[in-house]
Design a protein around this ligand. Structure first.
Ligand SMILES: C[S@@+](CC[C@H](N)C(=O)[O-])C[C@H]1O[C@@H](n2cnc3c(N)ncnc32)[C@H](O)[C@@H]1O
Ligand code: SF4
Ligand code: SF4
Length: 334
């Protein structure tokens, strides 16, 4: 099937959203040669272009051309700006394009991301839909918008597109972190609004009573390459596993390097849990960012002795690259 590679072509951006994980100290850019190194060394099944606004990488066009010529399924995540600069023919060759909305109204989106952010995303999304490009709306679930999931689902439903939700990770600040109650209220609202296409967030799988996962994907079949030419087991992981230049030598032994092994660490108290084979202690990035990789996921109801039920419906699963990339949840409100 090939591995899922997140490529942060650049950390440069036209916006400066306050929750963003991208480093802002100095600008790094991947080159075509870097991408060739990755693709020649690893069995790349798909790539996602994320981190900053990718068009701001000076080699954006040759990089995308290279990936498309190699027939590697590639998706793009954007605030609308990159998409507005890409010609129709290239846009149509993306496997899918995602637009970030943290709120389902112009007022909310512009107040959070800056004036004009709503229109920029809507205009580019409408252009993609006109061209027949597969579109997803992506939201980061945070303390400030956990009660707006229904509103964003409605927006996605009005365009007939999927809605994907990633849980906020405190990479640079804790200001947007969810409380336990916020987390579950957010998912309840999301699942009340729309049926589930897929969910790879381990702790949510446990609450759904699903046995489909065998632990998170990070550290096993997905990697992230940063604009600083470092390789991470997950986009949010705080310490690099390798430098990009070491990848040709390590190749598929990459999974056995120490940082990758760390993502598979299972907290002691989880070992006797009936869900351990599915959950592995929950999101390892969240645990390490919270200061203790060996404590179970802070959103786990089981360690609190709570019985949690989530009303939900499921709908037909689609091939959506992002489900292989990070712990994520996709619903279809249309
Ligand atoms: C970093 S942006 C890069 C692509 C593009 N600039 C955009 O905004 O979609 C990719 C996604 O990551 C989300 N994101 C940013 N910081 C995050 C964090 N700390 N935890 C989880 N998601 C985050 C954004 O909201 C966005 O949906
Ligand atoms: S637009 Fe995307 S990359 Fe830019 S600051 Fe916002 S979330 Fe981060
Ligand atoms: S106790 Fe550990 S393995 Fe069990 S559900 Fe909670 S985090 Fe997952």
């Amino acid at each position: 099937m090939g591995i899922s590679v997140g490529l942060g072509l650049t950390n440069n951006c036209n916006l400066s959203c306050p929750h963003c994980y991208r480093p802002t100290e100095d600008i790094g850019n991947l080159t075509v040669q870097d991408i060739r190194t990755v693709c020649d060394s690893l069995d790349v099944g798909s790539t996602n272009l994320g981190t900053g606004e990718n068009i701001l990488n000076p080699e954006f066009f040759p990089i995308v051309q290279y990936l498309q010529d190699r027939r590697i399924k590639t998706s793009l995540t954007s605030n609308g700006y990159s998409v507005s600069q890409v010609p129709d023919e290239m846009l149509k060759r993306f496997h899918d394009v995602e637009f970030s909305f943290d709120f389902g109204t112009r007022e909310g989106q512009d107040a959070f991301r800056g004036s004009g952010a709503w229109k920029m995303a809507i205009d580019s999304m409408e252009r993609c839909l006109t061209l027949g490009v597969e579109v997803t709306i992506l939201a980061c679930l945070m303390r400030i918008n956990y009660d707006r999931m229904g509103e964003i689902a409605k927006l996605a439903g009005s365009y007939g597109v999927n809605f994907r939700v990633n849980v906020y990770q405190p990479v640079r600040t804790d200001r947007f972190s969810l409380t336990y109650e916020n987390f579950w209220d957010g998912f309840r609202q999301l699942f009340d609004a729309a049926p589930i296409v897929t969910c790879t967030e381990p702790i949510v799988n446990v609450a759904l009573g699903w046995r489909r996962l065998s632990g998170p994907q990070c550290g096993r079949s997905s990697i992230r390459v940063t604009p600083y030419k470092k390789v991470l087991p997950c986009v949010y992981w705080p310490t690099p596993a390798l430098s990009l230049k070491e990848v040709p030598e390590v190749r598929d032994r990459i999974w056995e390097t120490p940082e990758f092994q760390k993502t598979r660490a299972i907290p002691e108290v989880c070992r006797s849990c009936e869900w351990v084979q599915n959950c592995w202690g929950g999101c390892a990035s969240r645990r390490i960012l919270r200061g203790d990789l060996y404590r179970p996921d802070e959103f786990c109801p089981i360690v609190r002795g709570e019985q949690l039920t989530l009303n939900h419906q499921v709908t037909e699963e689609k091939e959506l690259l992002h489900a292989a990339n990070v712990c994520t949840t996709i619903v279809n409100p249309s």
